[in-house]
Design a protein around this ligand. Structure first.
Ligand code: PLP
Length: 407
């Protein structure tokens, strides 16, 4: 059987291409002809399935070691379909540090639908056990534990194996959003997780040119339920976008190798910079999750975040970057920088955000494949500007203190 990097390039061929074309065809057809009234064709209508989407769905199922994959119009459409497997009145234990859009989908949509959520720090396994006990005393059934392996934007590491084990002991399933990790760095189903989700918009497509979501199931039973949700909710990925994700996946390993090499170099640079109060990247030996990351991940990816010292305005850094573009999203070939407080995590109320450690001094970097010296030089010159802007106000502070003392 082909190894992972070969699987990335070739996917699982479907036997419908007799032209010799190296790439699978893009079928731009919404409907497919029946041979006769009583025939049952393999393809009938493109929302239910089409060969271009099937190629991608088989490709991701193979890479994630699942039984079946599903392609959606966005990461949030994939999450919507998977959460819709549950019934009103069911409870889901959810990581308290998840993507802002997922947080909003849960709180502003699914709670209206009658699903209950208990948000806990999923790195604290006792807190997860306590959430199951809470549900039992409320007489409510917990159906799933939902989390992200690498959390956004603080890059904390969740223990997939331990969380899947706790979920299963309580007759629940484990669902992980592995957008920040990808199957190149970890295959959660191998750790016992039941459903893997991706915003394929990010590393899998890899070029900031498509919005897409993927889900992979570990069992046929879950796969059948996800298929029903995919087909009935209808948020499917169109053929051209399926092909864009397929093509992105072909170079995932090459891109990710360079991205995480660059990210580690930048993390090291920032850790030594006097304006930086903290760097969040589990690939750094100083990080509290370094050993868990070593145990469960093949690398820590290209995203990191850092906090500037109080008195330094993060905007003075972000507004003066030239190689890094000021933009949300991550995982693509170009480097991006953003301010979680007002950009990716604006949906999270400030008080809650601060409790989670997403401070007003936090900057997130999504590192691309550029020359790492251009990236560090870019950060250095922006940090220099921020320092110059901060210095007069710090001098004024000192002057005020002196005046007070003199008075
Ligand atoms: N999950 C994570 C971890 C994300 O970062 C994002 C988007 O940033 C999503 C899900 C949503 O994906 P999409 O934007 O493709 O809907």
């Amino acid at each position: 059987m082909a190894r992972f990097k070969t699987q990335l390039v070739h996917g699982v061929a479907i036997e419908d291409n007799n032209t010799g074309a190296i790439n699978p065809p893009i079928y731009n057809s919404s409907t497919y002809a029946f041979e006769s009234v009583d025939s049952v064709p393999r393809w009938d209508y493109a929302r239910s399935g089409n060969p271009t989407r099937e190629f991608l769905e088989q490709q991701i199922a193979q890479l994630e070691h699942g039984v079946r994959g599903f392609a959606f119009a966005s990461g949030l459409a994939a999450i919507h379909a998977v959460l819709s497997l549950f019934d009103p009145g069911n409870r889901i234990i959810v990581g308290d540090n998840i993507y802002g859009g997922t947080y909003s989908q849960i709180n502003e949509f699914f709670t209206r639908w009658g699903l209950q959520f208990d948000a806990v720090d999923t790195r604290d396994l006792d807190a997860v056990e306590a959430a199951f006990e809470r549900a039992a005393s409320d007489g409510v059934s917990v159906k799933a534990v939902y989390f992200e392996t690498l959390t956004n934007p603080l890059l904390k590491v969740n223990d997939d194996a331990a969380l899947a084990d706790i979920a299963h002991r309580h007759n629940a399933i484990a669902i992980v959003d592995n957008t920040f990790v990808t199957p190149y760095l970890q295959k959660p189903l191998d750790y016992g997780v039941d459903i893997v989700l991706h915003s394929a918009t990010k590393y899998l497509a890899g070029h900031s040119d498509v919005v897409a979501g993927l889900a992979v199931a570990r069992t046929e039973e879950l796969a059948n339920r996800i298929y029903f949700a995919q087909n009935r909710l209808g948020g499917v990925l169109p053929p051209a976008e399926c092909d864009a994700v397929r093509r992105g996946i072909q170079t995932l390993a090459l891109r990710m190798d360079r991205q995480q090499q660059n990210a580690l170099a930048i993390a090291n640079f920032l850790e030594r910079h006097p304006l930086v109060a903290a760097v969040h990247y589990p690939g750094l030996p100083s990080n509290e999750d370094y050993h868990l990351a070593l145990r469960e991940l093949q690398g820590c990816g290209g995203v990191l975040s850092f906090e500037v010292r109080k008195g330094v305005n993060p905007a003075d850094i972000l507004d003066n970057l030239h190689v890094f573009r000021l933009a949300v999203s991550l995982g693509a070939v170009e480097s991006l920088a953003e301010f979680p407080a007002s950009m990716t995590h604006f949906e999270v109320p400030r008080e809650e955000r601060l409790k989670l450690g997403i401070t007003d001094e936090l900057i997130r970097l999504a590192v691309g494949i550029e020359d790492v010296f251009d990236l560090t030089e870019d950060l250095k010159q922006a940090l220099d500007i921020a320092e110059r802007v901060a210095a007069p106000s710090r001098r004024q502070e000192t002057a005020r203190v002196k005046v007070t003392v003199n008075a």
